[in-house]
Design a protein around this ligand. Structure first.
Ligand code: HEC
Ligand code: HEC
Length: 173
């Protein structure tokens, strides 16, 4: 065992120095490539950029202040928000949405009360106040903005699918 210690030390020292040398070399390479911006990200809602670019953030589109009550595209869709929500606070102490949408406040404010599903916890137990998992309304409900579609949508309402299927069936009989 003792005899091996000498060569072992030399190997360790050699390995260490060579890895340090490699690291220094990698640093050099990085410095040489400063002019190369690297691959650019794909264009999405905002233009794609390289890691070195700092493109300006897109302008926040204008919020639609009021619109007719939205049509839901399928059962269980969280309805979109038909009014402005600017400066509405939702934090640990206060939930502005619930000042109008709670069961007790909705008649006074003319809003639709958040449905009973918002009061069940995940064990299926009904609670007196809105459930923590439905507390952050904007997780599911989105406000509407004056903005062009990012991509064209071919979505068809399921009612339309049912009507189409029924008329096809009638055609076959
Ligand atoms: C000042 C009272 C008020 C506040 C605060 C408020 N709302 Fe509303 N909300 C309304 C009223 C009134 C309507 C009904 C509008 C209508 O009938 O056209 C409505 C409609 C909605 C709807 C559509 C419901 C449906 O079935 O079509 C959603 C979703 C909604 N609000 C979510 C929110 C969220 C989320 C917040 C908080 C970020 C919020 N609201 C804050 C008054 C309020
Ligand atoms: C985890 C998703 C989720 C969160 C969070 C959530 N909702 Fe909803 N909400 C839904 C869904 C899904 C529906 C439609 C089906 C239903 O009633 O459960 C709905 C329906 C509603 C409706 C229409 C009720 C009706 O009877 O037509 C209102 C109003 C509403 N939500 C308000 C709120 C408010 C206010 C908050 C925040 C305190 C909130 N929601 C948080 C998913 C969510």
């Amino acid at each position: 065992m003792n005899k091996l210690q000498g060569p072992l030390w030399i190997t360790v020292v050699l390995l260490l120095t060579s890895s340090v040398a490699l690291l220094v070399r990698a640093g050099d390479l990085g410095a040489d490539d400063d002019d190369d911006p690297g691959p650019s990200g794909p264009d999405g809602l905002r233009a794609g950029a390289t890691l070195y670019q700092d493109l300006p953030a897109p302008v926040i589109p204008r919020e639609i202040r009021a619109m007719p009550r939205p049509k839901r595209s399928y059962p269980e869709q969280p309805p979109v928000i038909p009014h402005s929500i600017r400066d509405y606070q939702i934090d640990i102490n206060f939930n502005t949405c619930m000042t109008c949408h709670s069961r007790t406040q909705s008649p006074r404010t003319g809003s639709i009360a958040a449905s009973v599903t918002h009061y069940y916890n995940r064990a299926g137990q009904p609670l007196g106040a809105v459930s923590p998992r439905r507390y952050f309304c904007l997780q599911c409900h989105v406000s509407q903005h004056e903005i062009d579609r990012a991509v064209e949508s071919t979505f068809r309402d399921m009612e339309q699918l049912i009507i189409e299927e029924a008329s096809q069936r009638r055609g076959r009989n």
